[in-house]
Design a protein around this ligand. Sequence first.
Ligand SMILES: [Zn+2]
Length: 283
Amino acid sequence: MKLIKIETGNFMADGGALFGVIPKMMWQKHYPVDEDNYCNLAMRCLLIDMGNRKVLIDTGAGTKQSDKFFSWHRLNGEASLIDSLAKEGYSPDDITDVVLTHLHWDHCGGCVYYDDDNKAKVTFANAAHWVSKIQWDNYIKPNSREGVVYFPDNMMPVYNAGLINLIEEDGIIIPGIEIKLLNGHTAGNMLPIIHHNNGKLAFMGDLIPVLPSIRLPWVSAYDTSPLISIEEKKAFLVEAVENGIALFFEHDINTECCVLTKTEKGIVADKTPTLREVTQNND
Ligand SMILES: [Zn+2]
């Protein structure tokens, strides 16, 4: 099994929203912020090459939304989903499975693109797309807060192509990939844990978007149920430290992974290795 990071570009989010009720005096010591109070966030996906199966977790923002929408979010960086896959020697047709933590625009936008005739096309036409049923229902009928972060053209072409697999409970969905269903950030948010040759790696998605968010009360204002987020984060951190699960960050611009340790002050980051260091280039 080979684990490869796939950078798909960056966007900027308001630091106050990213760190919720935490005062800027505290969070600005731990994450870079610009003069407009924006924090730059990666959209770092993960490719798991098992030989016969090639699994991609999340797909970034894609290219479909309007220039106006993308300018609000200040998309930046050179990387793109298709280029990053190509650099590693993969074409979209090689991907057999796409696992989507949830369907907010910055996690699933790469699933569909518009071709030269402005027709919507599924990017990974040979792939089963795994989504939780609770999240899918939320996407189809969004609540008043999340309507603005879901776009029908991000997933409906995938649905119409018959490529959606809905997950209803925790467990192993593909050999080596375990899913836990969470509800704090959004209903039916999935936490994938990859069992690789040298240990376990959790794909954090928006449960712990950036390294400083390991602290329990540091919950983003984007979360729909912050108290549930705190409980879910607490339970995950205990499990991770007890079982030696490393963390892979989708959104932290500077930090790919971290390994935890238990101290008198609670569970904290011990080291921040790269993905290559965590997996020791296993195959
Ligand atoms: Zn999200």
